[in-house]
Every structure is written in structure tokens, then in C-alpha cells.
Design a protein. Structure first.
Length: 187
């Protein structure tokens, strides 16, 4: 009686080369610590609290100037986004609404737009009702790297003293904003 031949799935047929490539890739991720944190576990969220915020300055999308140092004394949300990011599109109206609601109490919102073209960003801002948003373009992503951005969207909270208070990887929610921002505005 003849035994049936076991067929390996296509990705397993690649053999040793595939195993080596996967091992190197996983090893690299472990070495540099790139893993998705569990936002419900504070011990797994990136440690940012208390460090000075990285510098952020430059010509804005509308041709003005922005410097994070110039808005010291306000609570600043730095939202890293891109026009090609669906979740970014979803959260922009909420962020703009938060700034409108809390601006009189000292909240400022600035967008750090990565790897985008001017027309695409303007179309996104028009579509989401965020046309008044201060946007600092980061076409090559170097500023995002300085901030330690791992993906888009990502939002950083900078306290009145210019130090990082919190960070949210992924879409912010109204609840997250209320829990993280209102205590800073009241204090």
C-alpha cells in the first residue's frame, strides 16, 4: 500500500531561505523593540512622560511658521497623520472639535503630516472639515522619526512646560481625550 504524499503549503516550500528570512526579521524587531503595545496595559505603552518634547518647527502648509517652543504654556496635541491613512481621516474631525472646545482653556492642535503631497493634504483637510488645522509637512518622515513615531495615526500630548505627557498609537477617542487632556487644562 502506497502512503499518500504530504504536500507542504506554498510558503513552506521555500525552505531554508524563508526560515532564515523570517528569523532575521523577527530578530530585528525584537532587537529594536518594535512591537505593538497593548494600550490597556500602561506598562506596555511607550515611556514618554516627563521627557522634553522633541523640537518641532517649520513652514506650515499655509505658508506660515510654527514652532512648538512658541506655544509653551499651552497644552499641545501633536497629531501625526497622512492623507492615505483611513483611520487618520476618521479621527481628524474629533481632534479639530477638541481644539475648538478647549482652545479657550489652553489647548492647541498641530498636525505633523508625513509622506504626503500638498494637494492630497489639502483635500483631506477639506473633506474632514479641518481646514483651519496648523499642519507642519514632513514629506520624508524625518521629523516623525525624531518623535519616535511607529505608525499613523499617532498623537502626542505635550504639557504646558514643553514635556511629553502622553502618547496614543492609533485612533484617539473622545474618552481618551477627556481623560488625558481635561486634567491638564484644569491644572
Amino acid at each position: 500500500m502506497r502512503r499518500p504524499t504530504l504536500r507542504r503549503p506554498g510558503w513552506l516550500r521555500a525552505g531554508p531561505a524563508m526560515v532564515l528570512a523570517l528569523t532575521v526579521a523577527v530578530g530585528a524587531l525584537v532587537v529594536v523593540g518594535l512591537r505593538a503595545p497593548d494600550p490597556s496595559n500602561p506598562e506596555q505603552t511607550p515611556a514618554v512622560a516627563g521627557r522634553p518634547a522633541p523640537a518641532l518647527s517649520g513652514t506650515t502648509l499655509d505658508g506660515g511658521r510654527f514652532a512648538l517652543a512658541d506655544v509653551r504654556g499651552q497644552v499641545v496635541l501633536v497629531n501625526v497623520f497622512a492623507s492615505w491613512c483611513g483611520p487618520c481621516r476618521d479621527e481628524l474631525p474629533l481632534l479639530v472639535d477638541a481644539e475648538r472646545t478647549w482652545s479657550t482653556r489652553g489647548l492647541r492642535l498641530v498636525g505633523l503630516n508625513i509622506r504626503d503631497g500638498t494637494d492630497a493634504v489639502r483635500a483631506l483637510l477639506d473633506d474632514t472639515g479641518a481646514t483651519g488645522l496648523t499642519v507642519v509637512p514632513d514629506p520624508d518622515g524625518t521629523r516623525a522619526v525624531e518623535w519616535g513615531v511607529r505608525g499613523v495615526p499617532e498623537t502626542f500630548v505635550v504639557g504646558r512646560d514643553g514635556r511629553l505627557v502622553d502618547r496614543r498609537q492609533g485612533v484617539v477617542t473622545r474618552q481618551w481625550l477627556e481623560q488625558r487632556i481635561t486634567p491638564l487644562l484644569d491644572g
